[in-house]
Design a protein around this ligand. Structure first.
Ligand code: NOJ
Length: 522
């Protein structure tokens, strides 16, 4: 039946990951259980049934560890401790347990590339006297010599040297060594300092995995070894991590924020995120002047599909590519894609290979809040991080605190979407997403590791998903023009203005999408 041979090399992948549909939770803004104005882990536990009912069986929780929160927790000051504002380590342990009881899995966010300047490792490493942490970060040997092509801090302490930073200036880069060191202070990857950093990162992973966590989304995974143009050093480093996990935690999932699947999958990651920057053309579909999924029919998916197919081939089906609906770093989807357009966008997101990721609130079309003052290093990302809108009660059901005490203001517009309203409306995006996830789960050809073959990437998109037992054609037509295709089989899903299948002819009206299950070969 298959035009292309079914080839699946994902045997090394945790079984649960092959059927995982993720829900990303930004803990600050999901559910406040104790009325202090900020979301917390008991709040996440309270809402697990909601996430499950949506159809998601896995969670990615943004960093919830001790931090001064200058980058919303991506600036960690203690990797082994849940930040007080979110609860305790025991609460997190309970979250893992409660998720497992519901057949769900939880990924934590691992931030291996940098810490906060407040981390004890860093304050120790600033000391001029040699100590255990002197080589934990990348220090040059003179305050006058700042590391080339990297941000750095200099003149901040009596240690003679400048220290490299990884992202914001308060996030000093942990030392995993240089691929080809050129100066004495640039340590090779197998020097004691870099080795100790990696060992500690693995201890951290062990600590949370032993507590019941199911794996990690890894922040800036491709940035660890420095001056590593081809990423060979960083790939080798992750291969070591994979080796350790394979032996000790074979069910732990590893998903990278890297955006170059040909590298990350070689490094042993099970999945890699498509990023909204770099070469992916992800934004062509969702977030640009003329997004493909906007109903105006002026956008194009050509470059996206070309790049996707290129990447897909390079992964050799040994790992997968994840396409998120959004995340805490992007402008919310609803700014550019609304109503019926969003349903088509989700028909795409939930029928592609790789685990889908739904960013909290995207399922009800939560708005990007313009003009908010930056919070915790969010800058323009802040508008995508506002409290979840559960119902029409106080603070939209997010928190019992006084509104001025909230982490970020709740959308108080009359027409704001809420879970309560969306659940009651049979035509809501939320209910469409539930339907889509259900169909995905019922068909092996739509699951994460089933193959994809693109047939068309024009005003409509057509791709086949298949395994050796089943083939399903997905047709998504966001344009104003209908499309007619020759096709036999059964219409198993349609959304939008209308799609029909009769006498071997499939007609998909503009603004519609459908899935057709092929007849099995006789
Ligand atoms: C990527 C994270 O998603 C983002 O929120 C963070 O600011 C940077 N990495 C730095 O850790």
């Amino acid at each position: 039946m298959a035009k292309t041979d079914y080839k699946n090399n994902s045997s090394d992948m945790p079984k649960w990951l092959k059927k995982a549909v993720f829900y990303e939770i930004y803990p600050q803004s999901f559910k406040d259980s104790n009325g202090d104005g900020i979301g917390d882990i008991p709040g996440v536990i309270e809402k697990l049934d909601y996430v499950k009912d949506l159809g998601c069986n896995a969670i990615w929780l943004n960093p919830c560890f001790e931090s001064p929160f200058f980058d919303a927790g991506y600036d960690i000051s203690d990797y082994y401790k849940v930040a007080d504002r979110y609860g305790t380590n025991d609460d997190l342990k309970k979250l893992f347990k409660e998720a497992h009881l519901r057949g769900m899995h939880v990924l934590l966010d691992l931030v291996p590339g940098h810490t906060s300047v407040n981390h004890k490792w860093f304050t120790e490493s600033m000391k001029p006297e040699k100590n255990e942490y002197s080589d934990r970060y990348i220090w040059s040997d003179s305050v006058w010599e700042t590391p080339k092509n990297m941000g750095s801090l200099t003149g901040i302490c009596d240690r003679q040297g400048a220290v490299a930073v990884n992202f914001f200036s308060h996030q000093p880069a942990l030392n995993y060594g240089f691929y080809k060191p050129e100066k004495k202070w640039q340590q090779p990857v197998d020097a004691e300092g870099p080795k100790a950093t990696l060992k500690e990162m693995m201890n951290i992973m062990k600590f949370w995995l032993d507590m019941g966590c199911d794996g990690f989304r890894v922040d800036m995974a491709g940035s660890l070894v420095k001056y590593d143009r081809e990423s060979l050093g960083t790939i080798a480093l992750w291969q070591k991590v994979r080796e350790f996990l394979r032996k000790e935690y074979p069910d732990a999932a590893m998903i990278s924020e890297w955006g170059e699947p040909e590298k990350s999958i070689k490094g042993g990651f099970h999945m890699d995120f498509l990023l909204h920057f770099g070469p992916s053309h992800y934004n062509d579909l969702f977030r640009c002047k003329k997004p493909y999924f906007s109903g105006k029919g002026k956008g194009t998916c050509k470059k996206f599909v070309k790049k996707y197919v290129e990447n897909y081939e390079k992964t050799n089906r040994e790992g997968l590519i994840c396409i998120p609906s959004g995340n805490h770093d992007m402008i919310r989807l609803s700014k550019t894609i609304r109503g019926n357009e969003a349903k088509l966008a989700f028909a795409f997101l939930l029928s592609m290979p790789g685990a889908p990721f739904i960013y909290y609130g995207d399922e009800i079309g939560m708005k990007y809040r313009e003009g908010l003052i930056s919070k915790e290093g969010g800058y323009e990302r802040t508008g995508s991080r506002t409290p979840m809108q559960w119902n029409n009660g106080k603070n939209a059901g997010f928190s019992e605190a006084d509104p001025e005490k909230l982490y970020l203001p709740v959308d108080d517009s009359k027409k704001r979407p809420t879970v309560e309203d969306a659940e009651k409306d049979p035509d809501s995006l939320l209910n469409e997403i539930k339907k889509l996830i259900k169909i995905r789960m019922e068909h092996e050809a739509l699951l994460n590791t089933a193959e994809i073959e693109f047939i068309n990437a024009g005003h409509y998109m057509q791709y086949d998903r298949f395994t050796k037992n089943e083939r399903i054609s997905v047709i998504i037509n966001p344009s104003g023009e209908e499309c007619k295709l020759k096709m036999k089989g059964k219409l198993i899903y349609s959304v939008g203005k209308g799609a029909s299948l009769k006498d071997g002819k499939c007609i998909v009206k503009g603004g519609s999408a459908c899935f057709v299950k092929h007849e099995a070969d006789k």
